[in-house]
Write a protein that binds this ligand. Sequence first.
Ligand code: ATP
Length: 305
Amino acid sequence: MEKKGAVLMEKYEVDKFLGQGAFAKVFRARNLETKKRVAIKVISREKVVKDGLVNQIKREITVMRMLKHPNIVQLYEVIPSRNKIYLVMEYAKGGELFRKILKGKLEEEVARNYFQQLITAVDFCHRRGVYHRDLKPENLLLDENGVLKVSDFGLSALAESKRQDGLLHTSCGTPCYTAPEVLCRKAYDGVKADIWSCGVILFALLAGELPFYDPNQTLMCRKICAAEYICPSWFPDEVKSLLSGILNPDPDKRILISEVMETCWSRDGLNYITTITEVELDADVGFDDRVNSENKELVDITSLS
Ligand code: ATP
């Protein structure tokens, strides 16, 4: 068979550039043996070390290895080479849910279905001590069957990173979807912060716009901290009540994920069979001067872009 793209480890043929994040490029590829499509995230070691992101990448890998769920992008394998780290992941052909919202609000049943899948995945993460901390429609991908896949665990936190008070102390995430207590740089509970983001996503799915927005970031943060939003009158009553429970600026009064799951807006999503892979607490990707000698001949697929 004639080869169309660069080949990685004689195993993956790379054929398309999918996009670029802050420190990585993502390509589509095909497993030459199984013919299965995959997405390969190519991380530059040099950039990661220079930008002080080693721990962030290790955490992303550790977390992805821990999570095996139908609504979470699966990490198949990590291939370290001298200059790059390749994360071979499940390919989400349908792209970002964000693109769908850009076209306008979704039908109620469609929005409900995505929200159920999101809550199921987030609950799965929380039960394993993982907080995503950057939930937004750009990080929710769709596969070829429209199944939602949570991706981008680059800003996630593990329960071990909590201090003794059980709270997280790093401010991160995208302002529009960020909980007030995180914006105010207070110590916060990762579970409650993720639930807030799910509420903002629910609003955006149904309304086709954000609950809190202002071109002036300071004013937007003020709106978020006061939970100042207006539900369109046509939102179903159950959604209005669910949103008032989720978008409560006081995290102690915010609805629990177990309560969210009891509403019919997420109940049906509980039927997934889930498995968990073996937990590896520290991602060994050779940052500690170990380079897998078998990987020296890797083709530099980043030149494809
Ligand atoms: P950042 O990580 O800096 O927040 P980002 O989320 O855009 O930014 P990446 O996660 O590196 O960066 O993704 C880059 C692009 O590749 C995005 O457009 C994303 O939708 C796409 N992408 C990432 N993972 C997959 C995947 N598993 N399947 C299909 N497309 C993907």
